[in-house]
Design a binder for this molecule. Structure first.
Ligand code: GUN
Length: 283
């Protein structure tokens, strides 16, 4: 068996095409704050801006120098919060080392109705209550759910094992999958005998940041494998799973690149459209 490739680029294009008429009608504007020139961040920012352009959505790139101060960043966030011309915005993470302690402040400083990353306490907390309260869900978990839905992979009653418990992916994804009636196990760096969990997964999601940490022996025959990892090895991008080894065991698998990455971008843009609808009293 060779696994079905879960093509995130094609699924993201389909979502973006659906958003296009809403963008034309409501004219949302997305802004991205980037501090410094981390090459990975620059590449993600470019992908986000390109996807906005693809559907005629206006965007702004607020690029601060690598030595920007706390005050510079604070002023930028406060200006974007107050700026009626901006529908939603994100601060691209990670911040440079001297501002790393400021990330938590940044996550909560963005107004909830403009928090299109869904990282702030308001959106995260509300999301815990129910599926209906997932108004601006965090982009990567939302993109994963949308990818599984695009390929009509059922979630109800399935055992989903998530490896990784980050605030950005693992934890919120667990909540979103519970809302869709999956049985969810979350594993992490202190989990003992990891393979005893991963081999039980109908759907295995890996978001750790370690190349090839999930090998073929750790995957059940016929499982669906979602690889959230993006690791740079020289010029090459690889995920957290041994893609070539797992391909003959899994029933479906995401490639890296071209799997979850484009879906995260589509989910972010969907959140910006939703933000505009919210602000116009449509939701
Ligand atoms: N860095 C890596 N992923 C993300 C994301 O989804 N949002 C932001 N703001 N920064 C990131």
């Amino acid at each position: 068996m060779s696994a079905l490739l879960l093509d995130g680029r094609a699924a993201a294009d389909a979502i973006l095409a659906q958003l296009k008429p809403k963008v034309a009608k409501r004219n949302p504007v997305l802004a991205i704050v980037q501090v410094g020139d981390d090459p990975a961040s620059s590449s993600y920012v470019k992908q986000k801006l390109n996807s906005c352009a693809q559907i005629g959505m206006l965007s702004e790139h607020r690029h601060l120098p690598a030595d920007a101060s706390e005050d510079d960043l604070r002023r930028t966030v406060e200006e974007l919060n107050a700026n009626d011309a901006i529908t939603g915005f994100i601060v691209q993470l990670p911040l440079p080392g001297h501002l790393a302690h400021f990330e938590s402040w940044v996550r909560d400083a963005i107004l909830p109705e403009k928090d299109i990353d869904g990282f702030g306490a308001w959106n995260t907390g509300r999301m815990l209550r129910s599926k209906e309260d997932e108004i601006m869900p965090p982009a990567t978990p939302a993109g994963i759910v949308a990818l599984l839905e695009h390929y009509k992979i059922p979630l109800a009653g399935k055992h989903v094992v998530i490896v990784g418990r980050s605030a950005t992916v693992g934890k919120p994804l667990a909540v979103m999958l519970l809302h869709r009636d999956a049985t969810v196990t979350v594993c992490h760096s202190k989990t003992l005998n990891l393979h005893t969990f991963t081999t039980q997964a109908d759907i295995l999601v890996v978001a750790v940041g370690k190349p090839k940490m999930i090998t073929a022996e750790m995957v059940k025959n016929g499982a669906v494998v979602v690889d959230v990892g993006i690791n740079r090895i020289g010029e090459k991008l690889v995920g957290d799973t041994d893609f070539d080894g797992i391909r003959s065991i899994a029933s479906a698998i995401t490639p890296v690149p071209g799997g979850v990455g484009p879906m995260t971008v589509a989910a972010l843009i969907a959140n910006c459209v939703r933000a505009k609808e919210l602000q116009q009293g449509e939701l």
